[in-house]
Design a protein around this ligand. Structure first.
Ligand code: ATP
Ligand code: TZP
Ligand code: MG
Ligand code: MG
Length: 260
């Protein structure tokens, strides 16, 4: 899948938050995709139509941006392109939860990628969301399944073990490293990386491609940790971008920790 991605060099239209923009663009370039950030309602429909996938990340939300996201999402739907939603901070405020519900009502979202607390908030289950950080004491698989069923999408619920499901197939990914939680934007970049991988496959393979993307991403983080563990989080953040570009398909296969 990685070689196919590099060959296709898909354009990924990101409507993301102002914290993570450059990190997301660099990570997407590293894996072999082509990112573009575009927000104006005057152009988002054209950009979403031209792109291989659309990422909607509500990290720094506003009413105007939500309207533009819905325009872009509808255009992507019309063009048959996958739409990935990152519900950043859903559950932290009613405003964010409402925006997600509005997007999910108006747009056919292919994949929702969030932490456990955010995913629980989308289906009215109780998790913990403090700002943009979320967790859940309860059953993560049950939450992921409910998100997948309620919104007819692939749910990618991340944490120490990542749960990916379309409501029928289930993948559990144990790749990754705890240091990913010490670098802002690693959840957001993952949404972009999932978008890039799913843009290269048919709809029936979105769940499998998402699981591949999450495992690949986690394996790159493991390599970055090995290299920078005696330095710190800043060096890890930089090296992680390097590893996203250096990791080969064979190596990713060897490091893969996926149960299905
Ligand atoms: P949060 O803000 O709560 O950290 P997030 O939106 O940043 O959420 P994460 O759940 O942190 O998203 O997921 C981002 C990446 O970090 C995923 O690849 C996930 O597998 C990885 N990850 C998160 N926590 C751990 C952990 N404890 N061990 C290994 N990998 C982790
Ligand atoms: N505040 C608003 S968006 C954002 C912050 C800190 C980035 C969140 O990034 P991630 O990937 O969820 O850690
Ligand atoms: Mg995180
Ligand atoms: Mg996040």
């Amino acid at each position: 899948m990685l070689n196919q991605l590099k060959e296709m060099n898909p354009l990924i239209h990101c409507m993301t938050n102002m914290v993570v923009t450059t990190y997301t663009a660099n990570g997407l370039l590293a894996i072999g995709s082509s990112p573009v950030m575009a927000y104006a309602k005057e152009e988002v429909q054209d950009m979403a139509t031209a792109a291989g996938a659309l990422l909607l990340n509500i990290g720094t939300p506003s009413v105007e941006l939500t309207e533009a996201m819905i325009l872009a999402g509808k255009a992507a739907n019309k063009a048959g392109k996958p739409v990935i939603l990152d519900p950043v901070g859903a559950g932290a405020t009613a405003f964010r939860t409402d925006i997600c519900h509005q997007i999910l009502k108006e747009v056919d979202v292919s994949i929702v990628r969030g932490n456990a607390g955010e995913m629980a908030a989308l289906v009215g289950m109780s998790g913990v969301v403090k700002g943009v950080d979320g967790s859940l004491d309860g059953d993560k698989q049950a939450v992921a399944k409910k998100v997948a069923e309620q919104y007819s999408c692939v749910a990618v619920l991340t944490g120490d073990v990542d749960t990916i499901t379309d409501g029928e197939r289930l993948y559990l990914v144990s790749n990754g490293h705890e240091w990913l939680t010490k670098v802002v934007g690693t959840g957001c970049l993952l949404g972009g990386v999932v978008a890039a991988f799913v843009s290269t496959v048919n709809k029936s393979d979105y769940a499998e491609a998402a699981a591949y993307a999450v495992s690949f991403y986690g394996a790159a983080a493991e390599k970055a940790y090995d290299k920078t563990k005696n330095q710190g989080y800043g060096s890890f953040a930089q090296d992680f971008i390097d590893q996203l570009g250096l990791l080969t398909e064979n190596e990713a296969e060897q490091l893969r920790k996926v149960e299905s």
